[in-house]
Design a protein around this ligand. Structure first.
Ligand SMILES: [Zn+2]
Ligand SMILES: [Zn+2]
Length: 200
Protein backbone atom coordinates (compact mmCIF):
# COMPACT_ATOMS: atom_id res chain seq x y z
CA UNK A 1 0.00 0.00 0.00
CA UNK A 2 2.83 2.39 0.83
CA UNK A 3 4.55 1.74 -2.48
CA UNK A 4 1.27 2.14 -4.29
CA UNK A 5 0.55 5.46 -2.62
CA UNK A 6 3.95 6.82 -3.49
CA UNK A 7 3.40 6.01 -7.10
CA UNK A 8 -0.07 7.51 -7.44
CA UNK A 9 -0.06 10.48 -5.11
CA UNK A 10 2.72 12.82 -6.02
CA UNK A 11 0.75 15.92 -5.06
CA UNK A 12 2.49 19.20 -4.44
CA UNK A 13 1.79 21.41 -1.44
CA UNK A 14 0.73 24.30 -3.68
CA UNK A 15 -1.83 22.10 -5.45
CA UNK A 16 -3.14 20.91 -2.11
CA UNK A 17 -3.65 24.50 -0.96
CA UNK A 18 -5.90 25.13 -3.97
CA UNK A 19 -8.45 22.77 -2.43
CA UNK A 20 -9.22 25.38 0.23
CA UNK A 21 -12.43 27.09 -0.94
CA UNK A 22 -11.82 30.52 -2.49
CA UNK A 23 -14.82 32.07 -0.76
CA UNK A 24 -13.37 31.07 2.61
CA UNK A 25 -10.06 32.79 1.84
CA UNK A 26 -11.78 35.97 0.66
CA UNK A 27 -14.13 35.98 3.64
CA UNK A 28 -11.12 35.80 5.98
CA UNK A 29 -9.34 38.63 4.12
CA UNK A 30 -12.50 40.75 4.18
CA UNK A 31 -13.11 40.15 7.90
CA UNK A 32 -9.47 40.97 8.63
CA UNK A 33 -9.69 44.29 6.78
CA UNK A 34 -13.00 45.14 8.47
CA UNK A 35 -11.56 44.28 11.90
CA UNK A 36 -8.52 46.44 11.16
CA UNK A 37 -10.59 49.45 10.07
CA UNK A 38 -13.08 49.15 12.95
CA UNK A 39 -10.32 48.58 15.51
CA UNK A 40 -8.28 51.57 14.41
CA UNK A 41 -11.36 53.80 14.08
CA UNK A 42 -12.49 52.90 17.60
CA UNK A 43 -8.97 53.41 18.94
CA UNK A 44 -8.65 56.82 17.32
CA UNK A 45 -12.12 57.72 18.59
CA UNK A 46 -11.09 56.80 22.12
CA UNK A 47 -7.99 58.95 21.78
CA UNK A 48 -10.21 61.78 20.73
CA UNK A 49 -12.18 61.44 23.95
CA UNK A 50 -9.00 61.16 25.95
CA UNK A 51 -8.84 57.44 26.77
CA UNK A 52 -6.53 54.92 25.21
CA UNK A 53 -7.31 51.45 23.88
CA UNK A 54 -4.86 50.08 26.44
CA UNK A 55 -5.95 51.82 29.64
CA UNK A 56 -3.27 50.26 31.80
CA UNK A 57 -0.47 51.25 29.48
CA UNK A 58 0.14 54.94 30.10
CA UNK A 59 3.06 55.09 27.70
CA UNK A 60 0.87 54.56 24.63
CA UNK A 61 -1.80 57.00 25.71
CA UNK A 62 -0.21 60.02 24.10
CA UNK A 63 0.84 58.25 20.92
CA UNK A 64 -2.25 57.44 18.84
CA UNK A 65 -0.21 56.22 15.86
CA UNK A 66 1.85 53.87 18.03
CA UNK A 67 -1.16 52.43 19.82
CA UNK A 68 -2.89 51.95 16.47
CA UNK A 69 0.14 50.04 15.24
CA UNK A 70 0.13 47.84 18.35
CA UNK A 71 -3.59 47.21 17.90
CA UNK A 72 -3.10 46.34 14.23
CA UNK A 73 -0.41 43.86 15.28
CA UNK A 74 -2.71 42.17 17.78
CA UNK A 75 -5.54 42.00 15.22
CA UNK A 76 -3.14 40.54 12.62
CA UNK A 77 -1.90 37.80 14.95
CA UNK A 78 -5.42 36.83 16.05
CA UNK A 79 -6.75 36.93 12.46
CA UNK A 80 -3.83 34.78 11.26
CA UNK A 81 -4.53 32.15 13.91
CA UNK A 82 -8.28 32.01 13.19
CA UNK A 83 -7.67 31.96 9.41
CA UNK A 84 -5.22 29.05 9.70
CA UNK A 85 -7.81 27.07 11.67
CA UNK A 86 -10.55 27.84 9.12
CA UNK A 87 -8.30 26.99 6.14
CA UNK A 88 -7.38 23.71 7.80
CA UNK A 89 -11.05 22.83 8.30
CA UNK A 90 -11.87 23.90 4.73
CA UNK A 91 -9.09 21.69 3.41
CA UNK A 92 -10.18 18.66 5.47
CA UNK A 93 -13.80 19.09 4.35
CA UNK A 94 -13.00 19.27 0.63
CA UNK A 95 -10.29 16.60 0.78
CA UNK A 96 -12.49 14.14 2.70
CA UNK A 97 -15.26 14.72 0.18
CA UNK A 98 -13.12 13.92 -2.87
CA UNK A 99 -11.77 10.79 -1.18
CA UNK A 100 -15.27 9.47 -0.46
CA UNK A 101 -14.95 9.89 3.31
CA UNK A 102 -17.54 11.56 5.54
CA UNK A 103 -16.60 15.27 5.23
CA UNK A 104 -18.76 16.64 8.07
CA UNK A 105 -17.60 13.99 10.52
CA UNK A 106 -13.91 14.50 9.76
CA UNK A 107 -14.15 18.29 9.85
CA UNK A 108 -15.86 18.08 13.23
CA UNK A 109 -13.25 15.65 14.55
CA UNK A 110 -10.34 17.83 13.41
CA UNK A 111 -12.04 20.91 14.91
CA UNK A 112 -12.61 19.22 18.28
CA UNK A 113 -9.07 17.81 18.43
CA UNK A 114 -7.46 21.07 17.34
CA UNK A 115 -9.20 22.85 20.24
CA UNK A 116 -7.23 20.84 22.76
CA UNK A 117 -4.30 19.32 20.88
CA UNK A 118 -3.55 21.86 18.14
CA UNK A 119 -2.52 19.98 14.96
CA UNK A 120 -3.09 16.42 16.19
CA UNK A 121 -6.50 16.24 14.49
CA UNK A 122 -5.02 17.20 11.12
CA UNK A 123 -2.13 14.75 11.51
CA UNK A 124 -4.52 11.90 12.36
CA UNK A 125 -6.61 12.81 9.34
CA UNK A 126 -3.60 12.87 6.99
CA UNK A 127 -2.48 9.46 8.26
CA UNK A 128 -5.79 7.60 8.01
CA UNK A 129 -7.38 9.23 4.97
CA UNK A 130 -8.40 7.08 2.04
CA UNK A 131 -6.20 7.08 -1.05
CA UNK A 132 -7.33 9.40 -3.82
CA UNK A 133 -9.45 7.99 -6.65
CA UNK A 134 -7.69 8.18 -10.03
CA UNK A 135 -8.46 7.60 -13.69
CA UNK A 136 -8.03 4.19 -15.28
CA UNK A 137 -4.99 4.34 -17.64
CA UNK A 138 -6.93 2.42 -20.28
CA UNK A 139 -10.48 3.84 -20.36
CA UNK A 140 -10.16 7.02 -18.22
CA UNK A 141 -13.00 5.99 -15.91
CA UNK A 142 -12.59 7.11 -12.31
CA UNK A 143 -11.56 4.15 -10.20
CA UNK A 144 -11.31 3.75 -6.45
CA UNK A 145 -7.72 3.44 -5.27
CA UNK A 146 -8.50 0.11 -3.59
CA UNK A 147 -9.77 -1.55 -6.76
CA UNK A 148 -7.63 -4.27 -8.32
CA UNK A 149 -9.32 -4.15 -11.72
CA UNK A 150 -11.11 -1.37 -13.54
CA UNK A 151 -14.87 -2.03 -13.24
CA UNK A 152 -15.38 -0.47 -16.67
CA UNK A 153 -12.77 -2.17 -18.87
CA UNK A 154 -11.23 -4.92 -16.68
CA UNK A 155 -7.79 -3.28 -16.86
CA UNK A 156 -5.38 -4.71 -14.30
CA UNK A 157 -4.76 -1.76 -11.98
CA UNK A 158 -2.32 -3.65 -9.74
CA UNK A 159 -0.17 -5.90 -11.93
CA UNK A 160 1.47 -8.63 -9.85
CA UNK A 161 4.58 -10.67 -10.48
CA UNK A 162 3.58 -14.13 -11.77
CA UNK A 163 6.40 -15.74 -9.77
CA UNK A 164 6.15 -14.18 -6.27
CA UNK A 165 2.67 -12.54 -6.56
CA UNK A 166 3.94 -9.23 -5.22
CA UNK A 167 2.77 -5.97 -6.73
CA UNK A 168 4.95 -4.55 -9.49
CA UNK A 169 4.87 -1.27 -11.35
CA UNK A 170 3.49 -0.87 -14.87
CA UNK A 171 6.91 -0.05 -16.28
CA UNK A 172 9.04 -2.59 -14.39
CA UNK A 173 10.88 -4.88 -16.80
CA UNK A 174 11.89 -7.25 -14.02
CA UNK A 175 10.24 -8.01 -10.70
CA UNK A 176 12.06 -5.94 -8.04
CA UNK A 177 11.62 -8.79 -5.51
CA UNK A 178 12.55 -11.95 -7.38
CA UNK A 179 14.01 -10.70 -10.72
CA UNK A 180 11.47 -12.56 -12.85
CA UNK A 181 11.17 -11.03 -16.30
CA UNK A 182 7.80 -9.32 -16.66
CA UNK A 183 5.76 -9.23 -19.87
CA UNK A 184 3.09 -6.57 -19.55
CA UNK A 185 0.04 -6.32 -21.76
CA UNK A 186 0.56 -3.65 -24.47
CA UNK A 187 -0.09 -0.28 -22.92
CA UNK A 188 -2.63 2.18 -24.34
CA UNK A 189 -1.17 4.94 -26.50
CA UNK A 190 -2.86 7.94 -24.90
CA UNK A 191 -1.71 7.86 -21.32
CA UNK A 192 -2.22 10.86 -19.09
CA UNK A 193 -0.66 11.21 -15.69
CA UNK A 194 -2.87 9.04 -13.46
CA UNK A 195 -3.97 10.64 -10.22
CA UNK A 196 -3.24 14.21 -11.26
CA UNK A 197 -6.48 14.65 -13.14
CA UNK A 198 -8.44 13.93 -10.01
CA UNK A 199 -6.71 16.86 -8.29
CA UNK A 200 -7.81 19.56 -10.66
ZN1 LIG B 1 -10.76 1.12 -17.37
ZN1 LIG C 1 8.49 -11.52 -8.28
Amino acid sequence: MIRFRRRRERSRFRDELRIIPKWLVWTCVLLYVVALIVGIAVNLGNHHFGEAMFPGDRSLENYPALSCLALAGVITVVAFGISCLLFMLGYVYRDAKRRGMNPALWTLLVLILSAGYFLIGLIIYLLVREPLPYTCPQCAATVNARFNFCPNCKYNLHPACPQCQREVSDDDKFCPYCATELHHAPKPVAEGAPGNSALS
